[in-house]
Write a protein that binds this ligand. Sequence first.
Ligand code: FAD
Ligand code: NAI
Length: 474
Amino acid sequence: MTQYDVVVIGSGPAGYIAAVRCAQLGLKTACVEKWRNPDGELALGGTCLNVGCIPSKALLSSSEEYEKTSHHLSNHGITVKGVSMDIPKMLKRKDSIVSKMSKGIEFLFRKNKITWLKGHGKFAGRNDVGILVAVDGDEPETVVSKNVIVATGSNARHLPGLKVDNKIVCDNEGALAFDSVPQKLGVIGAGVIGLELGSVWRRLGAEVTILEALPTFLGACDDAVSKEAFKLFTGQGLHIHLGVKIGDIKTSAKGAKIAYTDSDGKAQTLDCDRLIVSIGRVPNTESLQLDQVGLAVDGRGFIPVDDFCRTAQPGIYAVGDVVRGPMLAHKGEDEGVMVAELIAGQHPHINYDCIPWVIYTSPEIAWVGRTEQQLVAEGRKYKSGQFPFAANGRALGMDSPDGFVKVLADEETEQILGVHIIGMAASDMIAEAAVAMEFKASAEDIGRICHPHPSLSEAMREASLAIYKRALNM
Ligand code: FAD
Ligand code: NAI
């Protein structure tokens, strides 16, 4: 039986990064992965790479270019005629990015001498050497390892009784692969996937209606951001209905008919050619045989872990979407690195208060730290500064005047507690805020740091200065 120092189950961002870091630290490492792409080929990279972050961002970029070329280049004085979209080509581009990156992980595995155990991994007890992991693949085998890192990720949550065929009724997998633009697209759930993928198909010409159960829009965002986002997204043409209760859904080969009750209690129906169900994700622990090593999932299906991703069993760790915390690729990656370093005897930690969030709509939304409503609920005294992109020369030059940066700081110490951005390139700008918060910077620190001119990042400095009522361009 082959022996390892570490076996990682799952090669998504949490798993493959954990494997790479373990190997860098000199540990003999294997990674079990069973993912097969639609063509039947085994592939590394997990949800994020195959049907998540990477393909969705590729389609967001393609559709944004299309919308810009069709409708917004005229603002620059550019006339473009006969713009059309080749959907198969757009999908091929997306697929080739996915394939390139997946092959990139195979290269990293070879470079770092990580063994890819191809198949489904599950626990098979312990022996004197360590933990047994059975791999059901074309060549079934059982290996033994001193440590196991579970990184099995998550799957889309489905509505009870509604079959997802990924043709008419789709989760993220189908919604990333429509072979044509639906005329009418229904989306259940106005969360991150609903807004990102709803935006993709709206930009390409679909009439998109999003039905959301909660009465509030983007409740995890700062209230000022969610209000601005609702105004901008509905202005772009997304029909967003909040506070609905989904009733009966009938499907046929031509589409879906969704009965729902609106926020006034009135019965409504939505007819659509295709329906995306994006109502959250559930941790994937199916067939792991956790009981073989004395583990069990919690009430919501997650594997219980402490702040260091240690399970209740020595030598067994769990990272990424399969454990508590935000279901974000970079959170999983950081947990993977932390666990690898723990196994190697180092003393890493993660500051869970400093994990940035991004929603890749247009404009983008990004934040790190506390929202204003959280600070109010916590009874914490704070100051707030806000600066609009409409007063930023670079944003105007780029024809992107929408949105703002908002900085929240402790009233007494002025330490930054949260930064909230809605605007172009918010995904990149938020990194400055994360660095500042990790270094416990005050708003004054940001206000005093020289920022390049003209740049979007000046809005971060100005919002920090606005806390002291001394923004220079407002
Ligand atoms: P996963 O990526 O889910 O990988 C788990 C892997 O484990 C899979 O490959 C699976 O096949 C494998 N596996 C499971 N069980 C077994 C087993 N028993 N044996 C062998 N292999 C097994 N996050 C962001 O931060 N930014 C984004 O822009 C973003 N966009 C997203 C867009 C979409 C459409 C979706 C669906 C998600 C998006 N996410 C994004 C979330 C992100 O994809 C997840 O947080 C991330 O993939 C979690 O990583 P993970 O390694 O924990 O699990
Ligand atoms: P989500 O949790 O972001 O949003 C789900 C939405 O569906 C919520 O607003 C919820 O209230 C609503 N909902 C739940 N049940 C409903 C029902 N029965 N009827 C109507 N509405 C209902 O989940 P989503 O969009 O599926 O994404 C899953 C996760 O994937 C995200 O939470 C995030 O962690 C990750 N992700 C991250 C991205 C990013 O970082 N840019 C992009 C896409 C996904």
